[in-house]
Design a protein around this ligand. Structure first.
Ligand code: SF4
Length: 266
């Protein structure tokens, strides 16, 4: 479907949880955030239903996000349900990679096509300082397992403060080149103030060419990351929620202060 700015909307980012096993400084405070209640979270059947309706409305590309999607139990089952839907042409996932090493093969077997892995530093001390919890060795093992399993292309999302010339970013770029992975540089974003820019090496943040909607883990279709607009799939039904979201999709992002990044899925 086309929105009122004649953009073809064919991509749905699906957040399966707002929970995460890391506490990245640019995303969450050390003590974490108040999480959504379990009963508010969509079941896998509800997510599959929304994806089926989206396919019927012309969506073809789907990406599983979080929080951290791999903290949700049984994720390969959801992947299998979605990959069986006729018309799902591209099924991808964005993950922090810390739990990927021993699940990559099962995700591939279930029908996942490719992954983006978040990696902001190669130095173990720097990585721990940024994520507050993680081990960079787990992420490297996750990336290698994804490559071995054929979840390709494996792309790396590297958050930067100002420039890809920052030492951590240069180290990640060198690692990516070594592994044959494309590295995309994402400037730190700030939802409440509307601070964002185009992803270097990607299409995120490019409003004139925006092709996406987001489904939150508690069932809201959001037409734009930098907006408070949202439409409930439980109240309206997926088709109506998607239709209203596309009709209301803003020309460009402004700001969002009713949700944090982990509650939308980036
Ligand atoms: S800010 Fe909104 S319109 Fe712009 S690229 Fe992001 S989601 Fe699309």
């Amino acid at each position: 479907m086309r929105d009122s700015f004649d953009r073809e909307i064919t991509y749905l980012r699906v957040s399966v949880t707002d929970r995460c096993n890391l506490r990245c400084r640019y995303c969450m405070p050390a003590e974490g955030l108040r999480m959504l209640r379990h009963e508010d979270i969509l079941s896998y059947e509800e997510i599959a239903d929304a994806v089926s309706e989206a396919v019927a409305m012309g969506f073809r590309k789907f990406r599983l996000t979080g929080g951290e999607p791999l903290v949700r139990r049984g994720l390969p089952d959801l992947v299998a349900m979605l990959s069986r839907i006729d018309g799902v042409e591209d099924l991808a996932m964005t993950t922090n990679g810390t739990l990927l090493a021993d699940r990559a093969a099962a995700l591939k077997g279930a029908g996942l096509g490719r992954v983006n892995v978040s990696l902001d530093a190669m130095d173990a001390i720097r990585y721990k300082a940024i994520t507050r919890r993680g081990n960079v060795a787990d992420v490297v093992a996750g990336i290698d397992a994804a490559i071995a399993a054929g979840l390709t292309p494996v792309k790396i999302n590297c958050v930067i403060a100002e420039s890809p010339d920052e030492p951590d970013a240069r180290a990640v770029a060198a690692f990516g080149a070594e592994r044959g992975c494309q590295v995309r540089f994402i400037h730190e974003m700030d939802l409440p103030t509307g601070k964002f820019s185009i992803v270097q090496g990607g299409n995120g943040g490019n409003c004139p060419a925006c092709d996406r909607l987001r489904l939150t883990s508690d069932g809201f279709i959001r037409p734009c990351l930098f907006s408070n607009l949202k439409y409930s799939v439980r109240e309206l039904g997926p088709r109506q929620a998607i239709r209203q979201a596309i009709a209301a999709k803003p020309e460009a992002g402004r700001a969002c202060d009713d949700r944090t990044m982990n509650g939308i899925g980036g």
